[in-house]
Design a protein around this ligand. Structure first.
Ligand SMILES: Cc1ncc(COP(=O)(O)O)c(C=O)c1O
Length: 473
């Protein structure tokens, strides 16, 4: 234990470099909240006197086998509560004076299995490094101004490279840079469909897609799903009955079911679209996470397909860059529609393009896949027997609830246990029935331990279903 005096402004600290290694085992809930709670307890008990210098984020992360992000969140929470203070260049210290512990502070936050997002890991280091490289006036000048309406040439080229790596060979000329996939879907739909037009949708789909269809006053026609996603005969029946203008599909890791459509199914769906003159809008936002993967649906009907991929799930939500590949005759009109939602930030597009072109994106994706795999193993062990459909693997899992549970009641029960899940009815298209099922976003909790705790609790609840159906309404 080394001791020194540091004078900084009005504060005078006695600095003790401590090898504090907290025991988090008695604290449930997310690891960052457990760490903040332990920190508060150790300050109160006098184990960490005022002025103590705490371990660095990295040191503590290594000791506790958690991510640096978890320590950062815990320290941020503790600083917010006034227990500790970070001084740039010197470190993090227990605050001098009386430690005012906010007893009512919401330390035990819920574990979030509701929001579908990648686990944060090496992306932060990569982003810091790319931003440092960019932080030179000459470099910034390249991306500091408005970009051309379709995006900078180099960004479109990077988008074309990425899409081609995913199995759909396209040129930079046919690619538009967007601020995420949602913007791309908006621009395409508002260009190719008129209010009142029928749109074929997966019967369970991402609520953002349903919202767009509703907002543009299109007619949603639900197409039944099976373990591979959209069923061909069901799509054909909708084509005959409703004459849809557009088909919107998420063929790879469908949201919410997680299903992956086989190559054969993609080819068959494209052929039906061709026969009934239906345009295809393919949302491949989860596609980069699957390897090996079938070629995009769009590759089977490129002349009628609008293909969109983005960074939000594969790399980093905060970049929210999308690349839209589309047939030449539509480029000008879709570009004009995009102007109403605004251009993608050229700085974020620059970061994305650099990551694609220098191999960072490939490295981060392979980390994300490995992390997702480790979480899938936990899922299989704890909850695998409830899953539908069984062959898919990935970010989100769809489980079937045993009788007498209904999705809404089960979600409510989980909320009481501080586990958040998305309401299943949000995925239902039109007036379809709400399945007795739940989507679980297994990449979302920062730590695998949090995921395991949440899944174990879910398994316990499922194993002890209430005897009376009335109990779950
Ligand atoms: C299927 C699907 N498409 C699109 C999005 C949104 O993508 P972005 O953040 O690129 O707009 C999501 C986000 O949850 C999604 O699940």
């Amino acid at each position: 234990l080394s001791v020194a005096l540091v004078f900084g402004g009005v504060n005078c600290y006695i600095v003790s470099v401590t090898s504090w290694s907290p025991d988090l085992s008695s604290h449930p809930g997310p690891r960052y909240a457990a760490l903040a709670a332990t920190l508060a307890a150790d300050i109160e008990s006098g184990q960490l006197p005022a002025g103590t210098r705490l371990p660095t984020h990295r040191e503590l992360a290594d000791v506790l086998h958690v991510t640096v992000g978890t320590v950062t969140r815990a320290y941020a929470l503790a600083a917010q509560n006034g227990w500790i203070e970070a001084t740039v260049g010197r470190g993090t210290f227990v605050r001098a004076g009386r430690i005012a512990r906010k007893r009512d502070a919401p330390l035990e936050e819920a574990i979030d299995l509701a929001q579908n997002r990648p686990t944060l890991g090496p992306q932060l280091e990569a982003l810091a490094s790319t931003l440092r490289a960019l932080a030179v006036p000459m470099q910034l000048a390249e991306c500091a101004n408005y970009a051309p309406p379709r995006g900078h040439e180099r960004d479109r080229a990077a988008g074309a490279t990425w899409i081609s790596q995913l199995g759909y060979t396209v040129s930079a000329e046919s690619v538009i840079v967007t601020s995420g996939v949602q913007s791309a879907l908006f621009a395409v739909l508002s260009t190719v469909a008129q209010p009142g037009d029928a749109v074929a949708l997966e019967s369970l789909t991402y609520p953002g897609i349903s919202a767009l269809v509703q907002q543009q006053r299109l007619r949603a026609c639900a197409v039944a799903l099976d373990a591979e996603g959209m069923r061909v005969e069901a799509f054909e029946a909708v084509c005959q009955r409703e004459r849809p203008r557009v088909l919107i599909a998420v063929p790879t890791r469908q949201n919410p079911t997680g299903s992956v459509m086989s190559t054969q199914r993609r080819r068959a769906l494209a052929a039906v679209a061709e026969r009934y003159d239906v345009l295809i809008v393919e949302d491949d936002i989860y596609g980069p996470l699957l390897e090996p993967r079938p070629a995009p649906l769009s590759s089977f009907a490129p002349d009628r397909s609008f293909y969109s991929v983005g960074t939000s799930k594969a790399l980093l939500p905060a970049l929210r860059i999308g690349f839209l590949a589309l047939p030449a005759p539509y480029i000008d009109r879709v570009t004009a529609a995009l102007r109403t939602v605004g251009m993608a930030s050229p700085i974020l597009a620059e970061v994305t393009s650099r990551w694609i072109m220098d191999g960072t994106a490939a490295r981060l994706l392979s980390w994300q896949r490995a992390e997702a795999h480790a979480r899938q193993v936990i899922f299989e062990r704890v909850l695998g027997r409830y899953e539908v459909p069984r062959e898919a693997s990935g970010f989100h899992r769809f489980i079937e609830l045993p009788e007498p549970w209904k999705a809404g009641a089960f979600a409510e029960k989980l909320r009481e246990q501080r586990i958040l899940v998305a309401p299943t009815e949000a995925f239902v298209v039109g007036h379809g029935t709400v399945p007795r099922a739940l989507r679980l976003c297994i990449s979302s909790p920062p730590e695998r331990a949090d995921l395991e705790r949440a899944l174990t609790l879910i398994a316990d609840l499922l194993a002890h279903a209430p005897a009376h159906a009335a109990a779950v309404y």
